[in-house]
Write a protein that binds this ligand. Structure first.
Ligand SMILES: C[S@@+](CC[C@H](N)C(=O)[O-])C[C@H]1O[C@@H](n2cnc3c(N)ncnc32)[C@H](O)[C@@H]1O
Length: 332
């Protein structure tokens, strides 16, 4: 492990556009990242760093992946979500939780973090139990935490499961950060934004704040306006003084868009980024297609949640080192 005064090293997997990693850049040294989707990786490079390797995790040579104090990753969640394929570990992407597990068992970082949807603790809780048991067998003291982004000042209801482990030899478990209780609304997040561009490019005068007039189609839009109850499935209009419903990757799809609370148009990518708690210094480069931009935002971890986890992991892992140093001193 790194000396206590140094920044701890992180390796990141299933890194997407880098929303989780954005919480770790200040306190940690991120030395490695991996992502399958080259479009998401463009966003990662722009905001986090060039260390990202584009490719399939299952095809990487584990010996080429560097050891780090902490491994973080959010394997795809569609197979654990009732809103997605929901096929669990039998699904094409569901099984990746085991690939991530095997990597951690092989590399033995001091600590690891895995993120997924709340469905992993619900319909798919047998998988969660197996994962916890197998991480324990692999030598970790494991904690499972459920974090509601709204409790951390995110203007969005976003319920997520995290599994965290510290190597058993340190004798401590990770303690999840407590909610900050700073409740925010859609109004707090997006009301001050200027009117969006209507141009074709993603990077307009206000980055990623471009309104698409083709999606949703006028017919679908009219349906929601005329029959607000139709919002329950699919397209939804946000409410100014409430938190947003969960922003998912599906909002990229026709018929699943979220509508602005006042204007008859879908949310812009910038509005979605704000609802994920990101400030406007996080920019998705114009080479990333609009649909991919929505996807990567919907796939990401809300920034204040990532911040809280990074802070807690950094201070607790550093204490593990101090504790071990003290043991060494006493033993001498
Ligand atoms: C839930 S998202 C992670 C989002 C990320 N944690 C964030 O906060 O931005 C899962 C990511 O895993 C990627 N992925 C899917 N299959 C993969 C594979 N076989 N190898 C590497 N990455 C993969 C997807 O492209 C997606 O970006």
């Amino acid at each position: 492990m790194a000396a206590t005064q140094d920044k701890l090293k992180v390796a990141s997997f299933f890194s997407g556009g880098g929303l989780l990693d954005a919480g770790f850049t200040k306190l940690f040294d991120i030395i490695f990242a991996n992502e399958l989707n080259p479009q998401a990786a463009l966003c990662y490079k722009h905001n986090i760093g060039n260390h990202i390797v584009v490719g399939d995790l299952t095809e990487l040579d584990m010996d080429q992946i560097p050891w780090a104090d902490l491994y973080i990753g959010g394997p795809p969640c569609t197979d654990f979500s009732s809103d997605g394929a929901n096929e669990g570990v039998e699904g094409e992407t569901g099984k990746l939780v085991w690939d991530y597990f095997r990597l951690i068992r092989y590399k033995k970082p001091t600590a690891f973090l895995m993120e997924n949807v709340a469905g992993l603790a619900g319909f798919h809780k047998s998988t969660l139990r197996r994962l916890v048991r197998d991480y324990q067998k692999a030598g970790y003291l494991v904690t499972v935490g459920r974090m509601q982004a709204q409790d951390f000042g995110v203007p969005q209801s976003r319920d997520r499961i995290f599994i965290a482990g510290f190597l058993k030899e340190y004798g401590k478990r990770f303690i999840f950060p407590l909610p900050t209780q700073l409740r925010k609304t859609v109004r707090d997040a997006i009301e001050d934004l200027p009117l969006p561009d209507t141009g074709k490019t993603v990077a307009g005068t206000f980055p990623n704040h471009v309104a698409s007039w083709t999606s949703p189609t006028p017919e679908r839009l009219y349906d929601v306006i005329a029959n607000p109850r139709n919002q329950r499935r699919g397209m939804r209009r946000l409410e100014w003084d409430k938190a947003s419903p969960t922003i998912t990757a599906h909002i990229a799809k026709d018929g699943r868009e979220f509508l602005h609370p006042y204007f008859d148009r879908r949310l812009t990518v910038r509005e979605c980024l704000r609802l994920q708690g990101l400030d406007d210094s996080f920019v998705i480069p114009s080479e990333v297609k609009m649909s991919q931009a929505y996807r990567l935002v919907g796939n990401g971890v809300a920034k204040p949640v990532a911040d809280a986890l990074a802070y807690a992991l950094n201070s607790q892992i550093k204490k593990l080192v101090v504790q071990l140093d003290l043991f060494d001193l006493i033993a001498q």
